[in-house]
Design a protein around this ligand. Sequence first.
Ligand SMILES: NC(=O)c1ccc[n+]([C@@H]2O[C@H](COP(=O)([O-])OP(=O)(O)OC[C@H]3O[C@@H](n4cnc5c(N)ncnc54)[C@H](OP(=O)(O)O)[C@@H]3O)[C@@H](O)[C@H]2O)c1
Length: 272
Amino acid sequence: MSPGVHTVAVIGAGKIGELMLSGLLRSGWPVDRLLATARRPARAEELTARYGVRVVDNLTAVDEAAVLAVSVKPQDAAALLDEIGPKVPADKLVISLCAGLPTSFFNRRLPEGTPVVRVMTNTPALVDEAMTAISAGAYATGAHLALAEEMFKPLGQTIRVPESQQDAVTALSGSGPAYFYLLVEAMIDAGILLGLPRQVAHELIVQTAIGSAVMLRDSGEHPVKLREAVTSPAGTTISAIRELEKHGVRAALLAALEAARDRARELAAQSD
Ligand SMILES: NC(=O)c1ccc[n+]([C@@H]2O[C@H](COP(=O)([O-])OP(=O)(O)OC[C@H]3O[C@@H](n4cnc5c(N)ncnc54)[C@H](OP(=O)(O)O)[C@@H]3O)[C@@H](O)[C@H]2O)c1
């Protein structure tokens, strides 16, 4: 199996599945090597209109594709696998994008020996800045991981992690964009409180977020060092930081990510 020469089917092409389809197309994956499935006919028409991709039923996708990228909600995965599981030949590669579901969940419902790769990506895939963590299930080889990497590299960065770390990955980078959006939203409100027009506050904080992210990525410095460089003695920044600490922002983040990790585990337990 090598990129572009086999057919990939995105099973349950909702928000994340669509990100994957559009990313593969942007990276030059031939549209006639892509298939999608959807539950509602209106969604199928939308996907074909937007991407020219052929939308088929789940069993046709299983038949025609070498790689099945499952991107239904975790709670819909069992019903989907009841339908397709027994029909999947064990030489197909199954890539799961479902938060929380372990590869063993798939392997119990697929023929013995089917390779499953678990992937957790995030929505910045839309602008080719995703963070995608990839783990091998019991029967997935290095070649399967490499293929999954090739498929997700055009969408941003990829990293290999042991599957035992995937619930933490889900909490950190899978849900991560939402935390940043919430912070930005709160800072825009703060700008308005200080008398700035909404649009000005928005522009100031969005560019500050981008600049800070690029510094974090490119300087190689620890975030503490970068923060210290903005924090002069008896200055404005330390006054703000005292308030952040007083209001428990750090503790809130620790608790929030733990809650996200626990929810990922709960969803997996409910889906089983
Ligand atoms: N959203 C995120 O930021 C994010 C990030 C990382 C991972 N994920 C994971 O990605 C997966 C998908 O999430 P999402 O936000 O993309 O959800 P979504 O937009 O609801 O997409 C799921 C799609 O699957 C379709 N579907 C469900 N059962 C089906 C079946 N049996 N056959 C064919 N299609 C079926 C649904 O069709 P209908 O629309 O007709 O119901 C829907 O279009 C989840 O497992 C989630 O954990 C999401």
